[in-house]
Design a protein around this ligand. Structure first.
Ligand code: APR
Length: 238
């Protein structure tokens, strides 16, 4: 069924969440087993408030996540999506992930809604640094300002260019596939609905049920994304 849709669609957009990177070794946020937000309150650790009032914990939390990134890399699922873009099977990716793995795997048309953990920048002057500064526990800019990851923190606006790109792609989608997201965060969880309102066939692939399953034309639960993409890629070659 999904294979037929992939073959027939002239414009396929994929929205990915943290479930896309768990098979790379990165934890997601809301899984019962091991989700980051099972242990930390995001509003107290991943927010502008935390950066200003809980700064040591903020630095430590994000240094731990940057170190985690260094030990992990894109998995076969990221590589298949990059190949499918090259082969014209999918046209773009909208991602909530900040690991940069889609780009690292070779995907070109990627809207990073929540920014990237690959870079940090000065909260005062905006100067950008590589995220190695966090690994070396350098949290201060030359100007004396605080360095922060270039991710969207709770309470912040999303980057306009990524939002615009995601909306444009969602409106153009004939087939819209969600991979590994609980779809519990706005505005990222609006794009499947925008696509559906514009006539797209909506597929949600997620280990657990999501908040938008009722709107999906097809849901695939209890399947690991990596193995599903491998199976589909194999069938597409037949
Ligand atoms: N295959 C399929 N599904 C998976 C896999 C896998 N290998 N691993 C995890 N999942 C599913 C989980 O069941 C979970 O429902 O992926 C989903 C990930 O959901 P969340 O942890 O809520 O992550 P996400 O939807 O990306 O969160 C959105 O919330 O905190 C913010 O900024 C953060 O970008 C994040 C946003």
């Amino acid at each position: 069924m999904l294979l037929e849709k992939l073959k027939k669609s002239n414009y396929t957009v994929v929205l990915t969440g943290a479930g896309m990177s768990t098979e790379s070794g990165l934890p997601d946020f809301r899984s019962q087993s091991g989700g980051l937000w099972q242990k930390e309150d995001p509003s107290r650790i991943a927010s502008t408030d935390a950066l200003n009032r809980n700064v040591e914990k903020f630095f430590e939390f994000y240094r731990h996540r940057v170190l985690g990134l260094k030990d992990c890399k894109p998995h076969i699922g990221h590589e298949i999506l990059a190949k499918w873009e090259k082969d014209g099977i999918i046209q773009s990716i909208i991602t909530q992930n900040v690991d940069g793995f889609h780009t690292e795997a070779g995907s070109k048309n990627v809207a990073e809604l929540h920014g990237t953990l690959q870079k940090v920048h000065c909260q005062s002057c905006g100067k950008q640094y590589r995220n190695d500064t966090y690994i070396n526990k350098q949290y201060e800019c030359e100007c004396g300002g605080k360095l922060r990851p270039s991710v969207v923190l709770f309470g912040e606006m999303l980057p306009e260019d990524a939002l615009f790109q995601a909306a444009e792609e969602s409106e153009k989608a004939e087939l819209f596939i969600v991979l590994g997201s609980s779809l519990s965060v706005t505005p990222a969880n609006q794009f499947p609905l925008i696509a559906k309102q514009n006539g797209a066939y909506l597929v949600i692939v997620n280990m657990e049920p999501t908040e938008l399953d009722i709107y999906a034309d097809m849901t695939i639960h209890n399947r690991k994304i990596g193995s599903l993409l491998k199976e589909l890629d194999h069938q597409l070659k037949e």
